[in-house]
Design a protein around this ligand. Sequence first.
Ligand code: NDP
Ligand code: PHD
Length: 357
Amino acid sequence: MSEYNVAIVGATGAVGTRMIQMVEQSTLKVKTIKLLASKHSAGTVLKFKGQDTVVEETTPESFTGIDLALFSAGGAVSKQFAPEAIKRGAVVVDNTSAFRMDPNVPLVVPEVNAEALNEHQGLIANPNCSTIQMVMALEPIRERYGLSRVIVTTLQAVSGAGNRAVQETLDESQAYLDGKTYTPKIMPVRGDKKHYQQAFNVLPQIDVFEEDGYTHEEWKMIHETKKIMCGGDMNSNDIQVTATCSRVPVPIAHCESVYFEVLDKHATVAGIQDAIANFDGDVLQDDPAEQLYPQPITAQGRRETFVGRIRPDQENKGAFHLWNVADNLLKGAAWNSVEIAEYLDKMDLLHVPSAAE
Ligand SMILES: NC(=O)C1=CN([C@@H]2O[C@H](COP(=O)(O)OP(=O)(O)OC[C@H]3O[C@@H](n4cnc5c(N)ncnc54)[C@H](OP(=O)(O)O)[C@@H]3O)[C@@H](O)[C@H]2O)C=CC1
Ligand SMILES: N[C@@H](CC(=O)OP(=O)(O)O)C(=O)O
């Protein structure tokens, strides 16, 4: 196993701070760490393995000598600096949506499609948080019974929209409890025309609306799921997928209610439970008699995807429902990114292929 010079871009953010923790706890051997952000946070001191580490402004030269660059500072930053990092010999794991639909960029959840890493050209995309936990729940079912159709409704945590969104929701909640007026400026989408109360409210909008009436988050869940589960084809008809995404006033951990149809009509709840219980990274929490089911409060801070409430559809044979929960900042972002890097290391792929340099 080699030793690596690692950079984290967006190190001061909701995801970036978790990336620091995940790298600290990783099996990767870290020779040096560089914490990068915008010029506004340059000079901030963060800890890495107990040592003070000064945050630096991100520039192309930041990546000189870096072997692994973990990006989580927004799509525009990735588009500007990821090519600079690769040019200087760093493998980039990008947590934004900037390159996910590029046919030359593998979109990877290691437990599901690690083999796609073999095709990387220096850049690997980390999927959307809601997509990751859904494919983690569905992959063991697909492996055992085949999968033809998925209809998902998400209940997503506020931290998915970043640190400022969490602060707005906390301030708004306090104002609501104090009977004061509060004017939201961020939720549901910072750059959109209108802003609504998130505290004590559910907003059926994550990301901007497309012309067809779906939000971009819903579009991502559909096409990312196909790219990951259908051999890289974002428009595959092998699995039909549709999504409705909503934001709930929960700080951390997304929930999903998933309806799915399998190919093998002899599938049983017990068989599905067994497949999930034996899948790396999944935890089965499914015992109605004991009121055992996944919840955000218990999934927070954990790397696993929790699955429960598995039951057959009452009217369609071969159709079932499940409920899954995962920490959107860990398995949905920071942990999946670092896990990709661990797989690259184990597969001897943590280097930029010579043709791409
Ligand atoms: N897999 C997934 O689904 C998820 C993906 N994400 C992606 O990760 C990104 C970060 O999310 P999150 O941590 O929640 O956001 P935050 O708003 O909490 O943090 C943003 C980070 O980006 C940094 N940054 C902003 N502008 C620049 C710049 N010009 N150059 C370098 N760094 C910059 C900020 O640094 P500073 O302190 O200097 O402002 C900060 O560290 C998102 O934009 C999203 O694309 C997020 C959540 C889940
Ligand atoms: N959209 C997710 C987080 C995110 O940033 O997703 P993406 O990386 O696909 O833009 C959420 O708000 O919960």
